[in-house]
Design a protein around this ligand. Structure first.
Ligand code: AMP
Length: 225
């Protein structure tokens, strides 16, 4: 079968990271996160890394032009020849245009939009508790350690992260919506957007994602919806 070129979108707390790893495993393609790549560059301390770190720390986006170089180089690696799952790119309509040109004539096969209503992700994130010693994550209402404040793993103190409050989460979600909506429209207009319900059991969601992607690859009727 031809190579599989996917993009994944999802607001914070939608389970995008979890599903991205599962999909990449299932199809045997690399999960390429531009955020992870830029953080690795920043940690390397190179000149490029230092410039990138400054931009990331200021909360801004790296320029489209710089990202073009980063993405073109990564997608040219041998492991991406059979396909890839891009996470964090494109971030702007200009990046989307560039990606389709880079991958011409075929472009990406699907941009997945993992949909979880805002109130659900706000509940998930504000209910999240993290061990300050070992980093294990717990959920209020599910894990005893979240309620007791005592880590089941190491006995450390289990706390809420300062930016996991409702106010802060809603602000981040508003920013995501503002910057991502035009991109979702960009892919929807080209019949490339695949909306998938991200609420429920992670195994069921992964199965639904695979079914929708396979449907598209086989060109099944209605696959474009
Ligand atoms: P992320 O982990 O995807 O949230 O990315 C972390 C940071 O890396 C972002 O806040 C941006 O500064 C930068 N970044 C990641 N991907 C891109 C992109 N496609 N375009 C511009 N900047 C990006």
């Amino acid at each position: 079968m031809s190579s599989l070129r996917l993009i994944v979108f999802g607001r914070q707390g939608a389970g995008k990271g979890t599903q991205a790893v599962r999909l990449a495993d299932h199809y045997g393609i690399p999960h390429i996160s531009t955020g992870d790549m830029l953080r690795a560059a920043a940690a390397s301390g190179s000149d490029f890394g230092r410039q990138v770190k400054e931009i990331m720390d200021s909360g801004s986006l790296v320029s489209d032009q710089v990202m073009e170089g980063v993405v073109a180089e990564r997608l040219a690696q041998p492991d991406a020849a059979a396909g890839f799952l891009l996470d964090g790119y494109p971030r702007t309509p200009g990046q989307a245009e560039y990606l389709q040109t880079l991958l011409a004539p075929d472009g990406v096969q699907a941009a997945i939009n993992l949909e979880v209503p805002e109130d659900v992700v706000v509940d998930r994130i504000t209910g999240r508790r993290v061990c300050s010693s070992c980093g294990t994550t717990y959920a209020l209402g599910r894990d005893e350690s979240a309620a007791s404040g005592l880590c089941a793993n190491c006995g450390g103190e289990v706390l809420q992260r300062p930016d996991d409050t409702e106010d802060s989460v809603r602000k981040r979600l508003a920013l995501y919506a503002e910057s991502t909506e035009p991109l979702l429209s960009w892919f929807r207009e080209r019949d490339l957007l695949v909306d998938v319900d991200g609420v429920g059991d992670p195994d069921d969601i992964a199965a639904a994602l695979v079914a929708r992607i396979d449907e598209r690859r086989s060109g099944a009727p209605g696959a474009g919806s």
